[in-house]
Design a protein. Structure first.
Length: 202
């Protein structure tokens, strides 16, 4: 988890874009604790695809205005064997991205295996396993709708993954410690050499 901060509640919006259903989930992250706020899905009803994209845009705008998230988390694009499905998903995802970016929100993206690993401990977990763990982690009375559950999983991943800055600080600390050890060894060797020279000179 990331480093604790005073009065720094982060409201995380997870999004699982889709041309038929776009799942969303909101959690709060505060002092290494996550809590469920709400979740749902934007169910597109229009037959024309461009109208579905509009529904996704308007639906997400409503979520943003109501819950005012500070961070957005999404799954990275995966390669689909069906070119038509991949194209539609890419367009739905693009609409979701531009909607949240218009609110000047930072978007974090994670590989599907990363999300599964963080949430369930298994990078190859199926959707049912992910849904059950999301339910457990957030204390939900029942599993969320599958798309909303995937969105919540993305939000949880942002909250629970080690912070990059924290990892960087740890690496720098280790490097500094190693450097001090090498410096100490060099000084010790120099001292021994000086003592040897003095002994030989006497």
């Amino acid at each position: 988890m990331r480093e604790e901060k005073e009065s720094s509640v982060e409201r995380i919006l997870g999004i699982d874009p889709g041309s038929l259903i776009t799942g969303w989930g909101i959690i709060d992250y505060d002092n290494n604790r996550i809590s469920h706020v709400d979740n749902g899905g934007i169910f597109t009803r229009q037959k024309a695809f461009h109208q579905r994209l509009r529904e996704i845009h308007e639906g997400l705008k409503e979520v943003l205005e109501e819950y005012k998230p500070t961070i957005v988390s999404m799954e990275q694009v995966f390669v689909s064997k069906n070119a038509q499905s991949a194209l539609k998903l890419g367009q739905a995802r693009g609409v979701a991205l531009i909607t949240v970016l218009n609110k000047d929100l930072t978007v974090h993206e994670y590989a599907p295996t990363k999300i599964k690993q963080i949430v369930t401990g298994k990078g190859r977990a199926d959707k049912e396993q992910v849904a059950r763990m999301v339910q457990t982690l957030l204390g939900l009375p029942e599993p969320a709708q599958v798309d909303a559950s995937d969105a919540l999983a993305a939000a949880i991943t942002y909250a629970l993954q080690p912070d990059v800055s924290e990892q960087t600080n740890e690496l720098l600390a280790l490097a500094s410690k190693s450097k001090r050890k090498r410096s100490s060894r060099r000084k010790s060797r120099a001292k021994d050499a000086a003592a040897l020279v003095a002994k030989c000179s006497s």
